[in-house]
Ligand binder design. Sequence first.
Ligand code: ACO
Length: 212
Amino acid sequence: MVSIRQARVEDLPGMQACNLQCLPENYQLRYYVYHAISWPQASFVAETMGPQPRIVGYVLGMVADEDSEVPHGHITSISVMRSYRKLGLATRLLRQAHACMVECFGAQYVSLHVRESNRGARALYEATLHYHVKDVEKGYYADKEDALLLRCPLSSERTLAYPLPKSELAPAFDAPERSESDKKKEEEQARLERLAQAKARAKARNKGRGRR
Ligand code: ACO
């Protein structure tokens, strides 16, 4: 049996392993941690039940930054291990993520990018979940394939039909185990991000002064 539940920090390596097996778009563990810390309610896992539970699917979700016009969710990545496909797991993972995006963040729609050639995923999004094509982003992927930007309006009537128990809505996030070299890489990337943010803030301040 497979259960769907909100993702916890200890699930992140299992989610990453599933992603590496299923998709060419892969991320460093710190990117999963960033999602878990920023939007802990928006990611879910499909886990086998039994003595040795295993993550066999995940959806990694986020919510758009403050500067966008209306709050909206974004599906960064979703995949289900090959032998667990066509059982409705991705549909359930996405519906749970949609419901939490509405309930926790007031999201009005959800978006995602998908390869134009990914027929299976497109059938899931467009036929089953009623996403529609909003835009085509030329050469979006590393191999230059175009991405379709899909969108699906969210409303509480539609999404809250998939409630979660209260205990699952506020999971505790303990820091995951990381190697020394991972820690150093993460610190260096965090330093570079802080530097870039400081530069952006200084630029914005200078622009503001120029206008006055
Ligand atoms: N071919 C055609 N239609 C499909 C396929 C397929 N291979 N897979 C799913 N569908 C459609 C069907 O309409 C299906 O309904 P049905 O079973 O009644 O016919 C419906 O989607 C629901 O399917 P689920 O069982 O919920 O989907 P599943 O759990 O099998 O997962 C997924 C679908 C995530 C696309 C899986 O095939 C996968 O992991 N693929 C590789 C990774 C991937 O492509 N991820 C999406 C990339 S885009 C992104 O991450 C934002």
